[in-house]
Design a protein around this ligand. Structure first.
Ligand SMILES: [Zn+2]
Length: 87
């Protein structure tokens, strides 16, 4: 893999997630590794794919309760949870 600067990596990741619906779990794993290597926080991008099987969420079941957002993965059935920031 060619060497990237941190800002190049951030651009690369942003571009990747703009088209997340058409990405494969393999590609998502790769971009996550890239982000970790360059210490780029994924932030909200983490919420675009399943933490277990790395498939992008598509029409997944979303539930919100007590400040927690739950998305059930259509592919593996894993429940992904995030705290919702209240401001
Ligand atoms: Zn999954």
């Amino acid at each position: 893999m060619k060497k990237l600067s941190k800002s190049d990596t951030e651009k690369e990741i942003k571009k990747f997630f703009e088209d997340i619906e058409n990405k494969s779990p393999k590609e998502i794993k790769k971009i996550k590794k890239l982000a970790m290597r360059y210490n780029v926080p994924l932030g909200n991008f983490r919420k675009k794919f399943c933490k277990k099987c790395f498939n992008p969420f598509d029409n997944s079941k979303i539930r919100i309760k007590k400040g927690v957002k739950e998305i059930t993965c259509n592919h593996c059935g894993a429940v992904n949870k995030w705290k919702i920031k209240t401001s």
